[in-house]
Design a protein around this ligand. Structure first.
Ligand SMILES: [Zn+2]
Length: 111
């Protein structure tokens, strides 16, 4: 039992790496795309006159590897870099589970 726990149990998580993982599905061909944003480096500060940054935003262009269409994701964050909202053009946000399923389906048809 303890052997299994070591295999699947805790300790594997590497903690907060300041990364935000986006899972996106192309609207045209349905291909799944995974993008990692670095919350320390990828965000741009919103500036309001000369006051301190009130929040952050990031615009990320993402391309799938099937139809090579560009999807444009835009995310907004508060001044503590917590996500407030996300939008995407040309695709849709999906869950990590959905992403894995789509990838598995793409990997090869099982007959
Ligand atoms: Zn596509």
């Amino acid at each position: 039992m303890s052997f299994l726990r070591r295999l699947f149990g805790g300790g594997a998580r590497s903690g907060d790496d300041r990364g935000l993982h986006l899972y996106i599905k192309c609207q045209r061909c349905g291909a799944p795309v995974h993008v990692r944003l670095d919350l320390n480096n990828d965000l741009s500060a919103d500036e309001y006159d000369d006051t301190a940054a009130d929040g952050y935003h990031v615009i990320k262009e993402v391309m799938d590897d099937r139809c090579f269409r560009i999807m444009r994701a835009e995310l907004r964050f508060d001044n503590r870099r917590r996500e407030i909202s996300r939008e995407i053009e040309g695709g849709a946000f999906i869950s990590p589970e959905e992403y894995e399923e789509l990838r598995a389906a793409k990997a090869g048809p099982r007959v």
